[in-house]
Ligand binder design. Sequence first.
Ligand code: ADP
Ligand code: MG
Length: 273
Amino acid sequence: MPKARDVHAERAQRYATLQKESATVQVKGLSKRYGEQTVLDGFDLTVRFGEVIALLGPSGSGKSTLLRCINHLEQSDSGEIRIAGKRLGFRVDGRPMTQGDLANERASAGVGMVFQHFNLFSHLTACENIAGPLRWVHGMAPADAERRARELLERVGLSHRADALPRHLSGGQQQRVAIARALAPNPRVLLLDEPTSALDPELVGEVLDVIQRLVDEGGLTMIISTHQLRFADQVADRVVFMSGGAVVEQGPAHEVLTRPRHPLTARFLSVMG
Ligand code: ADP
Ligand code: MG
């Protein structure tokens, strides 16, 4: 085991290296209103290739809305989102996007998402939850889709539950299936929206372990909204703290978590920690 000091030096080095990588996710001036309420207010964020972001913020600060906008599950009111340089949500001919256009863009942009409440198809087995979308959305041949699904289930330690329906799985197992499903088409970006918030405390660890392993394997750009501060410290390169639909403070994870500069961040950390 290296000394703690070395770990921090390594992380500082990794942080500096990451800032030179190309931008995988670029969010510029993103605004989103629901009726009279402005939920995202000129939000800016650039995420580098391979970077792991922990998105922190009080409930209602706009974390889910941001992630849903990045994945085009919500249409923003203004601003732009680029994935690997490509601007999403706009047709070249200027006509409004249809749901079909959006589904195609989402698939080709390579953005995968994991939801707080798993969102598995309740009538499909674990294996079919993964193989189904590979066939319907990505046009994969049935035998290939099933092989890929079983491979992914093995990766999240659930080979033995491949033929189980979601209701026969624990919450932790359901979330691991959801992670496997999100990874199946080989996304370049993985968005995780409070992946452990709906779990009983004893099931949180198995899901965090799977995410930790993904981070260790590297190469995947990730944005994880979470209230798990210790976990954020372990896996994230950068912490982005948001409040009221904008970034209040961001920086190297350990630095922000241990020495917050903004009073709102400090207050949030002291309440959560
Ligand atoms: P967080 O994920 O940080 O808790 P959200 O993005 O879920 O925050 O919500 C931000 C704000 O937007 C909240 O005030 C919430 O009530 C509001 N909101 C979110 N989704 C909708 C919606 N579909 N319709 C109306 N208001 C919404
Ligand atoms: Mg949320």
